[in-house]
Design a protein. Structure first.
Length: 339
């Protein structure tokens, strides 16, 4: 796992690297880019970039592929993810869920509670990001039609509804299913459709392995937060299931990733080169999820009190990268989903 990096640095590239690997800026760093990366939790953006890469590599050999529309859609989902992180912080802080002793403010600076930004600044940034996404939506719709709007609206519903009053999906045990749908069928399927103008069922199926991985990350994070969420009646699935069962479910989902990858190859949804993803070294993550979290922060651990979230994120990053590598090889060999 990564170690905590707090040494001062005057090199902006090094500061950005630290933010992306630990979700925290090095001590004394306050440049605009570093602050933005921290505020939007850009350290988890690799999950969205991987979804975009999966869509692009599945689409690149398909009829109707347009590289510029693909890139526009990819930028759109990255902006949407940044906006999603901002709006979650806005709602959780305003509703009193995020406090100084809640994990969100402990593993990384909370935008408002840390004094990095005001609530008004966050709202403004969220509106600007969504205005940019609206421009992208109008452009893509003019080329590909109303289905692009459907993908965007469903993604926005999942994003805002995750923490918004009334809907509050994460409080009702629906946060994990929402992540599964957003980072799989909606992001991969929507980006593929924007790039090609059509969406075979094999592409939706091909999005499932990675959406499973993203769901394990949220499971891990919510297991870490059980002791805080349960008293607040935030009914995430780990709270409803209990820690032991939730850890078992997380392990089951991680295994399911490998099983589904293998199953999708004979169905024509993934190329045989995707088998490289089987070398993602699940065995390195397995022992951590088999036992309770440490009672105190391990030395130099960057995102405490998160623990299982770090384990599942590292596995997801590794497995996702290998899946992308397999799809790249498949694209070079001429693979087209459904053919």
């Amino acid at each position: 796992m990564a170690t905590l990096e707090t040494a001062r640095t005057t090199n902006p590239l090094e500061a950005w690297r630290v933010v992306m690997s630990t979700c925290n800026a090095p001590a004394g760093v306050s440049d605009v880019v570093s602050r933005w990366l921290v505020l939007t939790r850009a350290c988890v953006q690799p999950m969205t970039l991987t979804s975009a890469a999966i869509a692009g590599l599945l689409a690149v050999r398909a009829p109707g592929f347009n590289v510029w529309l693909f890139l526009l859609a990819a930028v759109g989902i990255v902006l949407a993810h940044a906006g999603n992180n901002l709006v979650n912080d806005i709602f959780d802080e305003s509703l009193g869920a995020d406090t100084a002793d809640y994990p969100r403010a402990l593993y990384a600076p909370h935008p408002v509670l840390s004094g990095m930004a005001t609530r008004r600044t966050l709202v403004t940034a969220f509106l600007v990001l969504n205005a940019l996404d609206l421009l992208i939506l109008v452009t893509l719709t003019s080329y590909r039609g109303w289905p692009v709007v459907a993908f965007a609206l469903l993604g926005l519903l999942g994003s805002v509804g995750y923490a918004a009053p009334v809907l509050r999906f994460k409080k009702r045990g629906l946060g994990e299913p929402v992540v599964f749908l957003v980072w799989g069928p909606l992001m991969v399927g929507g980006t593929y459709f924007a790039a090609t103008g059509h969406l075979p069922w094999q592409v939706v199926a091909a999005s499932i392995p990675y959406s499973i991985l993203c769901t394990t990350v949220l499971f891990g994070k919510h297991i870490d937060k059980i002791q805080w969420d349960a008293p607040l009646k935030i009914g995430t699935l780990p709270v409803l299931l209990g820690e032991r069962v939730a850890r078992a479910v997380t392990l089951g989902l991680m295994v399911a990733f490998y099983v589904v990858v293998v199953m999708l190859i004979p169905l024509g949804a993934l190329p045989w080169t995707s088998l490289i993803a089987l070398f993602a070294r699940l065995w390195k993550s397995w022992p951590y999820l088999r036992k309770p979290r440490p009672t105190k922060r391990p030395e130099n651990f960057p995102v405490w009190p998160l623990w299982y979230a770090a384990v599942t994120f590292v596995h997801t990053r590794r497995a996702g990268a290998l899946l992308v590598l397999g799809l790249l090889a498949g694209a070079v060999l001429g693979f087209v989903p459904g053919r």
